[in-house]
Design a protein around this ligand. Structure first.
Ligand SMILES: [Zn+2]
Length: 338
């Protein structure tokens, strides 16, 4: 039996193997097929290293075939890459994965370099966000970022992990339980992405380092004065929407796009809106067009070109405000000089 990539990319590998035969073939394209038996071996290797939950088939297909197309389920920008842009994506992917690799470690009892299956998720995400800002990628690498992916909760806590995932600014390090890399990839449309959220915090930390500042200020690295001013002005408008809701306990005009969680600090605002920019760009652009434009100008491309919105955040947040739930305190400090 033959299983086309588009049908199985999001399937949980363990569940898929339970209903397929080892001799079945998974077809990425006409010249690239992998047997289920080979994919089962790849999963076993991952399971042995401690990754046990929810591995999507797309990942196993990548590790087995190295076909770029297999990563498009995780990074849909790949469907749009042509010519020089495609070369740039591939160049940076190889650069960060192989030539001057960033520190992506797997933590179990000891710390080891993470296997390809985990490294490709981190590097693919970085390159997909910044394919049109290679200067940001180049600067990012110079700040010595690290990603420590933990086999389980115990290892996570041992290295200082708190909550469901975190960015440790003093170490410039993202800590995450490894299988959370796959958390939002259990349906045809990718959903929550803890890596993108923590990457937002890490970009804030990158900016702090590049500017040799003491505190993170909720800005992105290598923003021009125009980028920064557009971002802060649009952020101020969004915060005002939230403030109106907080004052009146009711929606005035429109509800903010983000959950009250993101209005707690400048860092959470950046991380929360950064994740939504990639996950629900169409709803983002309709609701907060100025803020959306500021981010497209900064990353120098528009994710609406290749993204089908995940509705979870947008609908959940809209429902929160529509119910008139009590707002959370906010501690966002907008730079008045903008
Ligand atoms: Zn956060």
């Amino acid at each position: 039996m033959k299983h086309p990539y588009s049908d199985i990319a999001h399937c949980d590998a363990t569940a898929f193997f339970a209903t397929s035969e080892p001799t079945d073939e998974c077809e990425i394209h006409a010249q690239a097929r992998v047997t289920v038996a080979a994919l089962q071996q790849t999963l076993h290797a991952l399971t042995d290293s401690g990754i046990e939950n929810a591995v999507p088939m797309a990942l196993l297909l990548y590790v087995q075939s190295k076909e770029l197309q297999t990563l498009q389920y995780f990074f849909p920008i790949i469907t749009q890459l042509r010519g020089q842009r495609r070369q740039r994506w591939l160049h940076w992917f190889a650069q960060l994965l192989i030539h001057t690799p960033i520190d992506i470690a797997f933590i179990r009892n000891d710390r080891h370099p993470a296997p390809l299956a985990l490294r490709c998720m981190v590097v693919g995400q970085l390159v997909s966000c910044f394919v049109d800002r290679p200067d940001v990628l180049a600067a990012f690498v110079t700040t010595a970022p690290s990603f420590w992916l933990c086999a389980d909760e115990r290892s996570y806590q041992r290295v200082g992990g708190i909550g469901g995932g975190c960015y440790v600014d003093t170490e410039h390090r993202i800590l995450l339980i490894a299988d959370r890399l796959f958390e939002g990839y259990r349906a045809a449309i990718p959903g929550v992405c803890p890596l993108l959220h923590e990457l937002g915090h890490m970009l804030d930390g990158t900016n702090r380092r590049l500017r040799a500042e003491v505190f993170c200020r909720g800005d992105f690295p290598l923003m021009t004065r125009a980028h920064q001013s557009a971002w802060r002005r649009a952020k101020r408008d969004e915060v005002q929407q939230y403030e109106q809701y907080r004052t009146n306990s009711a929606i005035i005009g429109r509800a903010p796009l983000g959950h009250p969680y993101v209005f707690q600090t400048d860092g959470e605002f950046l991380a929360g809106y950064w994740e939504m920019f990639w996950r629900n760009p169409n709803a983002f652009a309709r609701t907060a067009p100025e803020l959306y434009l500021a981010l497209t100008q900064y990353v120098n491309h528009d994710p609406r070109a290749y993204t089908t919105d995940y509705r979870g955040y947008v609908e959940g947040n809209a429902a929160f405000y529509a119910r008139g739930e009590r707002a959370w305190p906010r501690d966002i400090r907008i730079d008045e000089s903008l």
